[in-house]
Structure formats: structure tokens, C-alpha cells
Design a protein. Sequence first.
Length: 227
Amino acid sequence: MKLAEIVPWGRTLTEYQLMFGLTDTDLSKRILGVGDGPASFNAQMTAKGYSVISVDPIYAFSADEIRMRITDTYQVITDQLNANAHQYNWTTFRNVDQLGSERMEAMNLFLADYEKGRSVGRYLNHSLPALPFADQSFDLALCSHLLFLYSGQLSERFHLESIQELLRIATEVRIFPLMTLDNQPSPYLARVLDLCQQHNLDADIVPVDYHFQKGAYQLLRIKHKSQ
Ligand SMILES: C[S@@+](CC[C@H](N)C(=O)[O-])C[C@H]1O[C@@H](n2cnc3c(N)ncnc32)[C@H](O)[C@@H]1O
């Protein structure tokens, strides 16, 4: 991945809790954040004493490089959001300016934690569909705003291989949202559900309390069946 291809935009722990329906028990699990980018999830969880490892190709870059890219792309992202404002519910966030300043706060928390977290292995430069972890290293893998959302850019095969990989390394996988960037249901969801059935996995579509992108009100939870 080249620095110029990155469009950094990071969410908070509160947003992860709502997007993934995280309970107190969930927070105490060994969690893998997949494509966490500049989200403050890992920083805030670590500050509370929880265990999260985040993987993302942007962790190939230094804090200064990521900070520079955030500054360079901020206006482009907020202009796009203003142009597409009708695709979102402006309830939790009143408008694009408020959303932008909350995202900047989250990304600043991430940046303040990043070099230390990288030095202790909490931010790792790895990419789906292959992640170099042993089988069942994590209790829970969370994937926010990557799989399904980028169905136009990432193929069905990429989705199937990535989800199989996540199930190899984690007992449970949660993915949010299930909609594409164009606010359409992902065309790959049915195929992923078929795959789960073939492999005797428990797959559920679960309503969530995070209602920002219109129609994106559900997550996919996949678990290994208990023996
Ligand atoms: C829209 S951002 C979401 C960031 C964060 N999860 C959040 O919700 O705030 C998507 C992230 O996926 C990362 N990404 C792109 N391709 C990836 C891959 N093959 N494996 C893992 N992460 C990837 C990007 O670098 C980016 O940080």
C-alpha cells in the first residue's frame, strides 16, 4: 500500500461498542481488530487494561507519515460527506463538522498511542486475506468498515478467503456494516452465509444500536459451533 492510497478516518471505542454490540464480557476477550487503521479503539481499550491487537497495512508507516496524510485528506473526506450527506442519519452526529472533529479526536488518540503500541506489537502491518497468527489465537475478531463495505473494490473471493482466515485465527468473527459504500446490501453476503452453512458454522445477522449510514443497522456474527 502506498501512503497516497490511504484515506484515514478512525472511529472511537464507543462507536466500536455500538457497531459490534460489545458487552463487558466481550471487552475482556483476546480481541483482534482487523483494518483498525487510525481508529482509537486499540488506544482506548489498552488505556482501560484490555487486550487488543490491530492489523492494518497503514501500520507500515510512521506516526508522522499517517498524521501528514490525515491533514492532506481531511478536506477531501469532509467535502465528500457533505456531497453525500443524504446517505447518513444526522442524529448522533449533528453535521459533517461535528463528525469531522470527533473523527480528528479519535485519530489524535490513535496517533498519541501509535509508536508505543507498534513497539510492543499492538499495531501490526498485516493484511487480509492472510494473517500470520496461529490457529485460534483470538477469542474475537472485529472488522469495521472494510469487508462488505468495499464490495465494489474487494472481490467475492477476497471476502471468502478473508472470512475463512479470520475463523481460523479467532473463535468468533463480527463484521459491520453489511452495506456497500453506495448504501446497497453487499452482493457477497449470501455467498458468505452459504459458506458458513457448508462449514457447519453458526452465522447470525444481528441488529445493532449504531445507526449512522442509512440502512446499515446489522452486523454479521460467525462462530464455531460449540462441541
Ligand atoms: C474505512 S477504514 C476503517 C478504519 C476502522 N476500522 C474504523 O472503523 O474506524 C478501512 C481500513 O481498512 C484498511 N485495509 C485496507 N485493506 C486491508 C486489508 N487487505 N487488510 C486489512 N486492512 C485493510 C485500511 O488501511 C483502512 O485503515
